[in-house]
Each structure stands twice: as C-alpha cells, then as structure tokens.
Unconditional design. Structure first.
Lengths: 234, 234, 234, 234
C-alpha cells in the first residue's frame, strides 16, 4: 500500500482516481530546484549556504537515476543572475537578502550568489543527457520569471515531483505556483532540505494540506514501478 | 522606534533606506484576502470555514479606516468561481480539496465554496467607496490568475500590506508572488489568521525571512503617521 | 476537401497530422471577443464604435448555435473596466486612446468604454446556458490580464477558434498570445471585423503566416461535422 | 517639431503630456529583437531567413551607439531553443513553421533555427558592455516566456523602443504585449524589417493606432537630445 504524509503523519494513500492521477510515470516530470554549488559548496566563500542540502546530493542522484530508468523525465532549475546586477542588487533587491541575511547575521560573499559565469552556478548533482535545464530563475519560485511552465506544457507534463532546496522558500513557493497552474504536485520529503528542522516540518505540513502529496522517495518509486509494470497498486 | 518581527522575535526595525522604502504611505496599498462569508460565516453551511479569521473582522475594519484616513489605498481580493464548475471541481480540482479536506475530516458544503452568485462570496468586512475589488481569485494566490498585478501597476503601488485569511496558504502564497514580482511586502501579524496557531507562527517566520516585513497593525500605522506628518522616525 | 486561406488565397488544406490536429471538435473552444454594445451599438453615444462588427452579430449567433449542436464549447470574452478609472484613464491609459482616437478624430463618449455597470458592457450576441464568460479583459489581448488561459487549461482545450472584433487589434493580439501559449488557433475570416478592409486583410494575412489557420465559418463547420460523424475528410 | 507616423502619414507630434511622456530618455530602454545570424546570415543554410533585416544591421548599430551616448539603456532579445527540441518541433510546434513555411515554399535548414549552441544564435549587431541580453525567447513575443518584463521592471523602464525583425510578427506581437503591460511603446520605422513591404506597412499602421508611436530613428534621437540638454521641443 502506498504511503504518504498528511500533516506530518505517515499513512496509507486513500484509493481512488483523485489520488491515482498523481502516480502516472508517463505524465510526470521530476523538477529539482537550485542544487548548485552556490548553495551546497563547503567553501567558506559559498555565497548563499544551504548546508542541510548537502546531505541530499547523493540520494537525489540515486533517485534521479531510478526515475530515468522508469522513463520519468527530469528538469533541473537553477538560479542565474545577470552580472550587471540588474536582476537583483542593482535594481529592487530580493527580500530574502534583508530578512534571511539579518537572521543568519550576514553572509560574507552573498553578492556573488547565482551570478552567471561564476563557479557558483555549477550543478552539484549529476545532469544526464536527455534531462532539461531551466536557467533563468531569479527569485524564489521556479515559475516566475522562467520558462518552466512553457517547457512543462510542451513536454505534456501533468504532475511534477519537487526535490532540492530550500523546503521553506523555493520548494514551498514552487509548490504553490505549480498547484495554482493546475499541475499535480508531489514533494519528496527526504529529498528536500530547508533552513532548519522546524521550518522544514512546517513547510511540509503546509504543502500536504494545500499543494498536493508529500511522500518519501522509496514510496514514490514503488508506486511508479507498480504502474509501469502494469501491476495494480495493492 | 518602529518594531517588527524577525523569526517570531519582536525587535527594532534597523535604520536605513532598505527598510525605509517599505514605510511610505503614498506608494502603498493594503490588500485584504478572502475576507468573505464563505470562510467567515458562523453558519453550519459555511462552505470553507476559517474560524480563526472571525476574530480579525472588526480589527481589520478599524485598521482599514485608519489606513484610509492616512490616504493609503485599499484593494480587496475575493475568490469567485464560475457556477459551471469549470474553474475547479469540474476541471482539475484545487489540491487543497484533497489535503485540507482529508485533514479536517471532510467539509459538508465545500462544493458551494466561492461560487459566483451565492451568498458565500459576500464580503465580511466593510468595503468603502474608493476601495478597489479584485474578483477573479481562483486558487491560493491573489496574483494568479487575477488582474491584481495589472491593477497595482496602474495604481503605481510599490509596497503591499497583506491582511486576511489564511496565513499559511493564501497569505503566504500571495506574499511569495508579490515579492517575486518586486513588490515590497508587509504582513500584518495581528490581521491575518490561519489553520491553527502552529502553522500561523511558522508561516510568519517563513515570510519574515523571505518575503519582507512582519509587523503589528499599530506599529505600521505609527510608522505611516510619522512619515505622513513629516516627522522623522525616532 | 477542407479549404483555408493562406496569405489571402483560398486553397485546399494540406493533408497530414499537422493540420488534422486543428480540426478536432472535442478539444476545441470557440472564443468570441468583445461582441458587446460598447462596440456594436448604433447609438451616437456608443463609446468605442466598431461599426463593421454589426454585420457579424447574426452570422456569429448562427455559427455559435451550430458549434453548440456539434458539442464544441464556447467562451465569450468581454472588456470590463473598474468605474474608478484605475484600470485605464485614471492610471496609465491604453495606447489606443491616443493613436486610434487621433486617427478617427476623437470619440465623444470614449470615457464610458467598457465601464462596469454601464449598458455598454452588455453582450450584443446571444449567450447560452453552458457557455463560459471571461469578464476581466482590460487591454487588447483576451489573455492578459484575464483568467482565459487558466480557464482553457481547466477545460482541456487545445484549439481555440477566434471570432469577434477587431481583426487588426484584439483578434490579432489574442491570436499571437494563444499561439505563443501553444494553443492551436483558427480565425474565422467571415466572423471577425476590423478597423477597415485594408487592415482586416492585412491582419488575416499576418495570422495565416504566423498564428495558425484562417478559415470560413462554413468550411470549419463542415470539417467538424465530418470528424464528429467519424467520416474521414475527403 | 518632432515628427511621427500615424497610419502611414508623417506628421507633427501633438504637444501635451500624453505624448511628452514617451520621450524621456531616462526612463527608456531600446529593445532589439532577434538580430541574429539565424535570421540575417547570407548563407544558404540560414535556418530562418529574414533578408530584409540585413539592411538595418548597420543603421541599428549606429542608432544604438547614439542611444548609448545619450544614456539610454539597451536590451537585446534573442531566440534560443533547447537542443532536445522540447521547446518547439519536439513538442507542440510553432504555428509559423506551418503557415510561413507553406508560404515561402519550405525552408531547408529550419530545424536548426535558434538552437542553443549553434552558430545561428550569434548576434549580427554589436552588443556593448552595459547592454543587457534576454536569451529565452521561444515564440514570437519578446515577453512570453522570457524574463523581459521582470528585467524591465528591475531597470525602472517605462518606455520601450522596438527595433529588429520581423515587423509583422515578433515586433508587432511584442508591441502588443508591451502595451498591454502598460509600457509606452515606440517602434522605429526605419530600424525594423518584415516579411515584405506590404506587411511591414500594414503592421506599422496597426501599431500606430493601437500600441503607441511610430517614428524615424533621427526624429527620436533629436527628441531625446532636446530633452537631455534641457531645451524644450520646438
């Protein structure tokens, strides 16, 4: 029986078409968010550290391989800011620079965050031939102002599976946006990471109530394999 | 000294232009979200109850009057779904119907939620002449697929102040969207209400880190009055 | 054999799946644009006269009935501006007020154009039960800032058929927008009307090259009926 | 006296604030569209030839230099399609491939059009340090699905000046989109090129009525210089 999380509680996914429609590997894309060295490097110069995300790099590479083997498509979204600064600090700066910056007591190299042409935009996870990349994320959402929605429509995607960083900002915002645009959304509980445990748990609860399903990686892979092989879910 | 909340802690707003730009009443609009009887009625038939929101109806009316007196503009956003069902249950249903419905154990009259022409779309707060209304909210965000962004641009608004329900879904999603679109965002801590205290607090923490300022109503009114009268903040 | 127009020349629609996909009645919606009294009334007070559009009111009613009989869905888009003026003359005014106004030598009652609550927003064509209405058109396109795209996605529409006024502005702009968003677009040559014959013909040529098919009403109805009845196109 | 074109007729720009607001160099950006080798190369392999555009390469370089000297900002928008084909021929293909392709009798190398990493995306005009580039144009409009609107907001741009190819598709569509989003739009009559003279003239007439001003390069430069030097227009 497929398991999911509702408000932090692990339980059996109810039967029925409303849930079944989330689990079709043929109409699904896995969308990873901001798994790049600008968040995940261990260097002291890392411009926008998301240290909790380092623990999901290897498991996400393994999950992505399993998804590819099943035939699920992959899209990787990455922040990229024009070197001129016009996208952010040279115009109306991102709000997180104020609030998050104040919270963590300042980030030394933050002005290098996501700048095109720096090493900080390198992917920390493996990108395979056949994967698609969306390179124009500028703010928290993977949808605005990128071409992700356009690309997903072209690919005939109905369900998106979110992985990456950070659970309580970019993942959460993207889950809201995807759900508003009528995509079915699954967030992989053990393949997202956030600011701290408190906000990770809260964001997962919020998403389980409002944007779709929260599941563990192994449970989703199991559900896909059952459907791929034509075996009905038990 | 103006006070705000960072990660739940009340503290003095730092000085400087990065914060000052949030507090100009002339370029600000107060945006209330979904303060309608479909969420706030005490009737057992209320199709999508947000009972914690009832406590903010009167304080929000008072705040809105104070804002009008200072010359701050108001916009009220309200959900409205076509009677045919095409916007929701007759097409790809909103994800909250699944997750939130399961969480609260089912909502008896939920199919009447926000249906145009029913009494459930009536505002529970007072709308004054000169206020603007946005009537095409269909999902969680006040921005998609409405004309709110278009209207705010036309009004020359740079800062939006969010009030209403629910803190952990529509307010949170709208704060993300507004911030991505480069509006400065203030959320009024004591004029928003959510699912429960746990998620209200978490959502306010998330917004204080990522989308702008979290403030109490009286502190924002005080800051506006100082700027309106030309007296510098102390 | 189905006929269409390429750069003003009537000719046989080539065979093949690239064209066939335009002609499936089951995934199509007819979208009428701005067939309201504010454009079509014969009153001297008509605030934004599109006199060439009056000739298509009856033929469009007949076409819409035929489409309904085949099972094709209908959506009617109509301009509607807030009485405050914030959407247009009270903010950044529409560009057509300058150019078109200068061209026709001024329009006496133009400030009443599309104002909510005036008689000028009444539909001049017949709206049937089961048709959908989009009421938040503010500028030339039927897509921005309305919820038309959202509604069409919910309805599972792949092809839209454009009718109404005016060929060389709102129809043309909507055809571009729909095509960019990956809808298949058909414009009904004899159910659209424009500024004058010169611009109508030019706009139809432009659309035939760039946004999809241009066809006559009877040819499209014929193509739909063949596919509805399961008879292959000859 | 500043001259412009209304419906093809050259005449004096009326005085008054409604027109004056178009001519402030400080809030303006020049936006060039698709001035790349994939349209403008003389090679027989050019994947999407716009031969009339070759004549504007040098004049546009000169105009852009003059604009830079006055302090007007520049943005260059360029099509770029993912090598996988997902953006176009591998998904729902662009409508122009059908209509325009049929019209010109087939384009030999069209599948290479705008493919990332090919020589066909190289700019044919000169890009200077300080200019901005928007690289994610996928369809006709420069606005959807790119980040042009986001970038222009960040830059504080109110007026955009359009140059490039093609007058009757990408320029026209972009003028509509910009105008709908409340930008003031100027199209430079002698720095745009289209399919043929007939459609160029028609598109300029349509834009002069609906989307803003049509002007010659020298007239706009003159108007900017008067305002830059503080001398009132005569």
């Amino acid at each position: 029986m497929t398991q999911y999380y509702l408000y932090g509680e692990r339980r059996a996914l109810p039967a029925g078409p409303s849930y079944e429609v989330y689990l079709d590997p043929a109409t699904t894309a896995v969308v990873s968010i901001d798994m790049h060295d600008g968040h995940l490097s261990e260097s002291p110069d890392c411009p926008c550290p998301a240290p909790r995300g380092r623990a999901i790099v290897k498991p996400l590479d393994a999950f992505n391989d399993a998804a590819r083997a099943i035939g699920v498509r992959l899209v990787h979204v990455r922040s990229s800011l024009r070197p001129s600064g016009a996208d952010d600090v040279g115009g109306i700066p991102s709000a997180w620079r104020l609030g998050f910056g104040e919270f963590v007591g300042g980030i030394p190299n933050v002005d290098q965050h996501a700048i095109e042409g720096t090493p900080w935009t390198r992917f920390s996870i493996r990108i395979a031939p056949g994967d698609e990349v969306v390179d124009s994320k500028k703010r928290l959402s993977a949808f605005y102002p990128t071409d992700l929605d356009f690309l997903l429509r072209q690919m005939g995607v109905a369900t998106i599976v979110l992985t990456g960083v950070m659970t309580d900002c970019c993942i959460l915002n993207t889950a809201f946006d995807a759900s508003n645009r009528n995509y079915r959304v699954i967030v992989i509980r053990d393949l997202v990471a956030g600011t701290n445990e408190e906000l990770e748990e809260a964001a997962l609860k919020i998403m389980s109530l409002n944007t779709g399903l929260v599941m563990d990686a192994k449970d989703l892979l199991g559900a896909w394999r059952e459907r791929q092989s034509g075996v009905a879910a038990a």
